[in-house]
Design a protein around this ligand. Structure first.
Ligand code: ADP
Length: 255
């Protein structure tokens, strides 16, 4: 028997096949259709794992695209799913900072992985993966290049609070000949500051986990750790935590 969790986000659709442990995980771009992306993830999870569809007893959908998944048994908010997923990976986690493509959130959970409180920024692109994508684009790079780009850089302050103005600011910095590594480092610090301000609005209880696609930027870990003066835990694949949580909830229902 298996459960499947599918998290269709603004940028990426993630899926996890689960039977008490993670059997397989898949991440693909959401593109223009969360429905098509979710169906592709579901079909690939089953096909590439060589299992029979009938053996999947529960499918749980989450993420903003969860309303476009006619094949799921149930939909659950990403807040609950992130909490479950992070708790499954590390039961000591009590605070989660999640930065995805179009929102960022902090979630406080109890020792059983239940949500106690949460705060969300879904009104402004600054402090989200979208900000990074816009900035990487101005630098003519991919977001996955930002890690290496910051090497040896001294963070150049990015003062604009708005993504659109920050984009113009970065263009001006490039025109002034500010080294790329300093600008890249400034971009990382800017998103780090946003994450920390969100964390500051909730009392941080150890252990703090950092999840979402943006947590894949290794240098961001150190930036946030220095600012909050605490170590943070980043799952091996930070992007699939919501999908994993959905799969765990499905599995609990089967059991
Ligand atoms: P959503 O659920 O909204 O689709 P995700 O949690 O999947 O968001 O994260 C998507 C964001 O993660 C992208 O906007 C991008 O900025 C960032 N991201 C994804 N992969 C990487 C990577 N390899 N390196 C750096 N950032 C990444």
């Amino acid at each position: 028997m298996y459960s499947i969790g599918i998290d269709s986000g603004s940028v990426a659709t993630k899926g996890v096949l689960f039977n008490g442990s993670i059997i397989k995980e898949i991440t693909i771009p959401t593109g223009w259709s969360p429905k098509m992306a979710s169906e592709e993830v579901l079909n690939r999870l089953i096909k590439e794992s060589n299992i029979q569809k009938e053996h999947v007893k529960k499918i749980i959908g989450t993420g903003y695209g969860r309303v476009s998944m006619p094949f799921v048994d149930k939909t659950i908010t990403e807040i609950t799913c992130h909490a479950k997923g992070a708790h499954f990976l590390n039961p000591t986690v009590q605070t989660i900072l999640d930065i995805g493509g179009q929102d960022s959130k902090v979630i406080k959970i109890d020792e059983d992985g239940n949500v106690i409180d949460f705060l969300m920024n879904d009104k402004c692109a600054a402090g989200t993966g979208r900000f990074l994508q816009v900035m990487a684009n101005v630098l003519g790079k991919d977001v996955s290049d930002l890690d290496l780009l910051t090497k040896g850089g001294e963070p150049e302050p990015i003062t604009s609070m708005c993504t659109v103005f920050a984009e113009s600011e970065v263009i001006s910095l490039l025109a002034k000949g500010i080294p790329l590594e300093n600008i890249a480092s400034g971009i990382i610090h800017s998103i780090g500051n946003r994450g920390v301000s969100l964390l500051d609005r909730i009392s941080i209880v150890d252990v703090v986990a950092f999840t979402g696609g943006v947590a894949k930027i290794n240098v961001l870990k150190k930036v946030i750790e220095e600012k909050i003066e605490k170590n943070i835990y980043i799952p091996e694949n930070s992007q699939i935590v919501g999908a994993l949580g959905a799969a765990v909830i499905g599995w609990e229902k089967i059991e």
